[in-house]
Design a protein around this ligand. Structure first.
Ligand SMILES: Nc1ncnc2c1ncn2[C@@H]1O[C@H](COP(=O)(O)OP(=O)(O)OP(=O)(O)O)[C@@H](O)[C@H]1O
Ligand SMILES: [Mg+2]
Length: 523
């Protein structure tokens, strides 16, 4: 027997499930942390876009607007000399100066943007120093227009526009780059999360399947062992492997199987002893019966001699006494025959040969009709012309038919008809014996078939018998794998059915073969 320790150190079902849960938990934590980091970084880049790059574009556009205003007002003031235009120029210049600080802060965003901002500020400075400031400080009015100065101013301001456009372009580039990196980040975050999830799910599946296998495989082995034991394979033992709980169940099944083996061994010893006792009992009964037969035959012989010797010389009472003695000797003889028949049918083998139940019954009924008609009972016979083959011991089946028909005639008591039939019903041959006699009290039906049991009405009516006939019938029919059924109503009648398996055509061939070699024996 396998030991409980074999392979048992692989942990319990709980521990295996715990491993699976731990893997799942780890995957969840990784996915959660990655999600938080990714979300924070995506948020940072959106923040960078919203808080720094977009305001830079506005500051740059505002600066150009102030300078454009300043250019318009300085030109108007130079031509008209109107004080209000000079004021507006000064205001625009002041607003530009204020903007300048905000522009300078853009340097921290990006070194290249810083250089471009410096270029822009320088070109604006050049325009103020070389044109705008001198123009407002000098003489004004229509007559002061100088085409050469105007063209130079136009060139300087075109430089201002160009450098400002360069700043705008760079801000746009930064904005696009920030947006792209935010999108890239988002995409890689999604890819990473999906990757981690897929890997985690695959890992969990793997762990769950492995722990499942480690549990289901030993359980499958347990199931197979239980089924083999149930099928009667007493050598089957469960492998003691797998999780702790399964190991415990396997050990329990193996212990139970060992116990069953021990119990079976004890049972078989007891059965052997009982068989031996039964054989001793049967031997005793048959020996005693045999020993009684010889003196009985001798007593019967002497009684018959005495009867012949004393014919005409004895009184009627002495003749009656002689007849009573002979009758009782004959009854004792029948009892001994019954006991021998019962012992034989209960303990000895049965010689089975192919037999036609229909013709056997026909012959027996023909013989029994002589005695029955003396008792005023007619036996109606219904058997088919075609044979009804059964595998049977002819002598024993003849005893079955005789016992049942004799009972029916004996217990008819005034009824005039007994019906005997043989029919084929599917795979069965059925012998039916029906009478309309005294019947059997319903409360006594259960006890029929016990040795020496006779129904109370039969005893009261003084009908003779030993109460062994039905027991013999049962024992013989059981030996032939058949069944006996009895239905009876007191005062109405009794019907007995005997079912025997019909001999099938293929069995018939085998029976022929067996017949020519060695007759089959059924114990
Ligand atoms: N056809 C029947 N009608 C009424 N009673 C019956 C019938 N067959 C059997 N019995 C009852 O069952 C009892 C047992 O029957 P069984 O044949 O074993 O014994 P028996 O006929 O009394 O004696 P024997 O051993 O000589 O046959 C009978 O004594 C009788 O009471
Ligand atoms: Mg009888």
């Amino acid at each position: 027997m396998a030991s409980a320790a074999g392979g048992g150190g692989r942990g319990s079902v709980g521990r295996r499930l715990g491993a699976s849960v731990a893997v799942n938990f780890f995957v969840l934590v990784v996915v959660g942390v990655a999600g938080i980091i990714g979300t924070t970084r995506a948020h940072d880049s959106v923040d960078y876009l919203a808080k720094q790059v977009e305001p830079a574009a506005t500051v740059n556009a505002d600066a150009l607007q102030e300078l454009t205003d300043a250019e318009t007002y300085v030109w108007g003031y130079g031509i008209s000399g109107e004080q209000s235009l000079l004021d507006k120029y000064v205001a625009a210049r002041t607003r530009f100066r204020e903007n300048r600080a905000r522009l300078e802060r853009l340097r921290s965003l990006d070194p290249q943007l810083g250089l471009l901002v410096d270029d822009f500020l320088l070109s604006a400075q050049n325009w103020f120093a070389a044109y705008a400031d001198p123009r407002t400080a000098g003489p004004v009015g229509l007559g002061t227009f100088d085409a050469l100065r105007f063209d130079r101013a136009q060139v300087l301001f075109a430089d201002v526009r160009t450098t400002n456009a360069a700043v705008s372009e760079r801000v746009r580039e930064l904005s696009t780059a920030a947006e792209r990196s935010s999108n890239d980040l988002e995409r890689s975050l999604v890819i990473m999360l999906v990757g981690v999830l897929v890997a985690g799910a695959a890992g969990s599946l793997f762990v769950a399947r492995r722990s499942g296998q480690q549990v289901t495989e030993p359980l499958g082995a347990l199931e197979e062992t239980a089924q083999r034991l149930a099928r009667g394979d007493h050598a089957a033992r469960a492998p003691v492997t797998g999780p702790r709980e399964v190991v415990q169940v396997a050990s329990a099944i193996n212990r139970m199987a060992d116990e069953n083996d021990r119990a079976r061994a004890v049972e078989s010893r007891v059965v052997d002893q009982l068989r031996a006792l039964d054989a001793v009992k049967s031997d005793f009964v048959s020996n005693v019966s045999h020993e009684l037969r010889t003196p009985l035959t001798s007593i019967l012989g002497y009684l018959e001699l005495l009867e012949e010797e004393l014919v005409g010389r004895t009184a009627d009472t002495e003749q009656d006494m002689l007849r009573a003695a002979k009758r009782n000797v004959l009854r004792l003889g029948e009892l001994i025959e019954d006991l021998l028949a019962l012992t034989r049918s209960e303990s000895q083998g049965t010689e089975l040969k192919e037999l036609d139940l229909a013709s056997l019954t026909r012959d027996l009924v023909t013989d029994l009709r002589v005695a029955s008609s003396q008792q005023g009972v007619e036996i109606r016979l219904g058997v088919p012309a075609a044979p009804v083959p059964v595998m049977a011991d002819a002598g024993q089946i003849a005893r079955v038919v005789t016992n049942l028909v004799s009972n029916a005639v004996k217990f008819s008591q005034g009824a005039s008809e007994v019906a005997v039939s043989v029919v084929r019903d599917g795979d069965d041959a059925v012998l039916t014996v029906e009478d309309h006699g005294i019947g059997i009290p319903s409360e006594e039906l259960d006890q029929l078939g016990s040795r020496f049991y006779r129904a109370s009405n039969a005893v009261h009516l003084g009908i003779t018998g030993t109460g062994l006939g039905l027991r013999i019938v049962q024992a013989i029919v059981e030996n032939h794998h058949g069944s006996v059924d009895l239905r009876s109503v007191q005062g109405v009648g009794t019907t007995v059915w005997v079912r025997l398996p019909v001999l099938q055509p293929d069995e018939s061939h085998r029976a022929d073969a067996a017949d020519s070699t060695d007759p089959a024996e059924v114990g």
